[in-house]
Design a protein around this ligand. Structure first.
Ligand code: SAH
Length: 347
């Protein structure tokens, strides 16, 4: 049986629950506000609720917030990486980054991942379980409460494949943008996928206004299949067709993530090939040298290679940004912190 997850409940679900308990409907807004606006993590702190109601909620709808187990602060920038513990003891990672426009939080969507990308530490032990929407929002609230900051941008780019947990992802997006709660602007949300094309199309049809990031990492199927098993399920042509569908439906520019891996996907000819594939698309390429992962035999490209790759894309009129690597001194690559602090075994 699914454990009731109070942080996942929408205002109308609170209302239905409270009415079924013989309570007044206005309590729904109060409780939703405490959870999603006031950073309250227990019913005991909801001072405007009658004690009997608080006790009943405690017994019936436990609050399963993610809690911070460990915070690693970068010395080179303001990045903080958190190891978070969930109610059942599973652990995930969340990363806070400070930009000129405010605080951005990178949240996890699953415990582990089953996509199997060869360069990624999150996937080494497979997927343990999906996160609930409540576990996704509570990563944000736990960090805001601990740091005393307001998170203005959220990227679903931590551990897990968000489109492999589609329904909870959509619920998360609705919760976090609800005007009665955190009320985050939908424009400040980014979802990153390794390219599950069916879900990308379903997501496009919703036209929520979210930025879609697609982890491409290769200029063709041959290279992509070497590093991303998902490329055996969908060809690059199918993937790019789904991307075009997204931009056609939403008129929003897609971000292509491209991690440069030495001697795998960083040659000049590969930059040209990539430019050819992306020409004419409403898109932007984010280049980043691969973050080395201890368990993997792949290394990041040298800065000169990164620059040369970017120059070719620029010359071919493909919008490109070389991303700065944040928090390199704190195991910033996906899944590294969790692996170091738990007994996750390769399986
Ligand atoms: N599953 C989703 C989101 C999580 S991964 C996706 O694939 O997009 C977030 C991003 O980090 C992806 O672009 C992923 O390919 C990239 N990534 C994973 N491991 C990395 C590493 N060691 N160095 C650089 N980028 C990495």
């Amino acid at each position: 049986m699914k454990t009731p997850d109070a942080f996942s409940m929408m205002p109308d679900e609170w209302k239905a629950y409270l009415l079924s308990q013989g309570e007044k409907a206005f309590r729904a807004q109060q409780i939703f506000g405490w959870l999603h606006k006031e950073h309250v993590f227990s019913y005991g702190e909801m001072t405007n609720l009658p004690k009997v109601l608080r006790d009943r909620l405690d017994a019936e709808l436990p609050l399963h917030s993610a809690t911070i187990a460990l915070a690693q602060r970068s010395r080179s920038d303001d990045t903080v990486k958190y190891l978070m513990t969930l109610w059942d003891g599973e652990q995930i990672e969340t990363v806070l980054m400070r930009y000129h426009y405010g605080y951005s939080l990178c949240i996890s969507s699953q415990v582990g991942c089953r996509m199997g990308c060869r360069f990624c530490a999150s996937t080494l032990a497979g997927r343990k379980r999906d996160l609930t929407a409540g576990e996704m929002v509570s990563q944000i609230y736990a960090v805001e409460a601990a740091e005393g900051v307001t998170v203005s941008h959220v990227v679903v780019m931590g551990c897990g494949e968000p489109f492999d947990n589609y329904d909870e992802l959509i619920r998360f997006l609705k919760l976090i943008t609800d005007p009665a709660g955190k009320n985050l602007s939908i424009r400040n949300l980014t979802v990153s996928t390794c390219g599950l094309t069916d879900e990308m199309r379903r997501f496009a049809d919703l036209d929520l206004g979210v930025t879609l990031a697609v982890s491409l990492h290769a200029p063709n199927d041959e290279v992509r299949r070497q590093i991303m098993p998902v490329a055996n399920r969908f060809t690059m042509e199918e993937l790019l067709a789904a991307c075009r569908y997204y931009t056609d439906r939403t008129h929003r520019r897609i971000t292509f993530e491209y991690a440069l891996i030495r001697d795998v996907n960083d040659a000049a000819a590969q930059a040209k090939e990539l430019a050819g594939k992306l020409r004419g698309m409403l898109a932007h390429v984010n280049l980043i040298p691969l973050n080395p992962v201890t368990e993997r035999d792949l290394s990041g490209s040298d800065p000169e290679r990164v620059r040369a790759f970017a120059n070719i894309l620029e010359k071919e009129h493909i919008p490109v940004t070389v991303r700065r690597e944040m928090g390199q001194d704190i195991d910033a690559a996906c899944g590294q912190l969790r692996r170091r602090h738990s007994s996750v075994k390769e399986g």
